[in-house]
Ligand binder design. Structure first.
Ligand SMILES: Nc1ncnc2c1ncn2[C@@H]1O[C@H](COP(=O)(O)OP(=O)(O)OP(=O)(O)O)[C@@H](O)[C@H]1O
Ligand SMILES: [Mg+2]
Length: 352
């Protein structure tokens, strides 16, 4: 087995910087998600790991060995692509067997490996079909099968579930988690779906515009986002971010006035609070109800603060405040986050 290390990995496409010096250390057997909005450099990173794209600068190590100059076949990684990239003229069995055939593995051995993988992915009844005779989910499983059959040191998965419907996606998510447990292999999983990243990963690397924003466990990323970008990107509905200032131990802005923990630096700041930490109908602040969205198991309420900013709250399912009504509004003191008001927006913690 092998861990993966990226050291100051940089990728330029002409004048465009797709990746700005990424440092990442993935432990052996770990499941790490690369998460970020479209265009942030996820696929580019994965393609460099696979050897399909060359870094402009920096180093890639797999199992401690620098692989920058190794061709894809000698890196012992298998990649599942965002598009499945199956061979249309080959059967499912031939598609899965292809990586083995390319390496000159004997026929009988190939057949045994294909049978094993097909069993694992419930593809046995489909082995004689061609890709166009399969559903999206089945094609996805074939693409996975083609990666699994080689039993590589590292799996690289690029949004493997993005073309599936919600139900099949949830099912495959569980299957992949199970597979990771069973195989214990290092997996690097690209997604822009935070639910996928949160539920599947040991750790998540959050990327934005070619830069690493945070690399930590799902819990830590949710509970202690390192900056405003991560705060706003992780969580649905999104964390409320309210501009104001810290002075004399209080946060004021948008009509809010809250006591804070001692030891925070004074000056402009952004207050973050997740919708589950906002209560409507009680509390020391006030808000005018603008939107009420019953989802069935809860009601999402959007209220306007006196300063004009909107705040989203998760309320119990039975809550039905009237639109336009001015209600008390509370922010849980244990659910407050503070960020710098500058572009970086780094998390501000009280001095100890
Ligand atoms: N071959 C290329 N030539 C020029 N620019 C490229 C090339 N490949 C990628 N890029 C640019 O690099 C940036 C990162 O692309 P990448 O495919 O890694 O994004 P991504 O995070 O995988 O996005 P998505 O979620 O949409 O798949 C994008 O702005 C993209 O346009
Ligand atoms: Mg991509």
């Amino acid at each position: 087995m092998a861990g993966v290390e990226l050291h100051r990995l940089r990728k330029e496409f002409g004048a465009f910087v797709a990746l700005e010096g990424l440092d990442l250390r993935v432990e052996e057997g770990e499941f790490v998600a690369l998460l970020g909005p479209s265009g942030c450099g996820k696929t580019t990173t994965l393609r460099m790991l696979a050897g399909l794209e060359f870094p402009t600068a920096g180093e890639i190590r797999i199992g401690g060995r620098v692989v920058n100059d190794l061709p894809p076949a000698r890196r012992d990684v298998a990649m599942v692509f965002q598009s499945y990239a199956l061979y249309p003229h080959m059967t499912v069995a031939q598609n899965i067997a292809y990586p083995l055939k390319k390496r000159g593995v004997p026929r009988a051995e190939r057949a045994a490996a294909v049978a094993r993988v097909a069993e694992l992915l419930q593809l046995t009844p489909l082995l004689d079909r061609r890709p166009r005779q399969l559903s999206g989910g089945q094609q996805q499983r074939v693409a996975l099968g083609r990666a699994l059959v080689r039993d590589p040191q590292v799996f690289l998965l690029d949004e493997p579930l993005s073309n599936l419907d919600a139900k099949l996606r949830a099912h495959m998510r569980a299957e992949l988690i199970e597979l990771h447990h069973r195989l214990g292999r290092t997996m690097i999983y690209v997604t822009h779906d935070q639910l996928e990243a949160m539920t599947m990963s040991d750790r998540i690397a959050v990327l934005s515009a070619g830069r690493l924003m945070q690399f930590d466990t799902p819990g830590a990323i949710y509970d202690r986002p390192a900056n405003r970008f991560v705060a706003g990107f992780i969580g649905t509905p999104a964390m409320n971010l309210i501009e104001g200032r810290i002075a004399a131990g209080r946060f004021t802005g948008q009509g809010l006035d809250l006591p804070l923990a001692p030891g925070l630096p004074e000056g402009p700041a952004v207050l973050g609070v997740r919708p589950e930490h906002v209560t409507i109908g009680e509390g020391a602040q006030r808000g005018r109800v603008r939107v009420v969205e019953p989802t069935g198991h809860e009601t999402i309420v959007i209220a306007e603060l006196p300063g004009g900013a909107l705040v989203t709250a998760r309320a119990p399912a039975r809550a039905r405040p009237a639109i336009g009504e001015v209600l008390p509004l509370g922010l849980d003191p244990d659910g407050l986050h503070l960020f710098a008001a500058d572009e970086e927006g780094a998390r501000i913690d009280p001095a100890r």
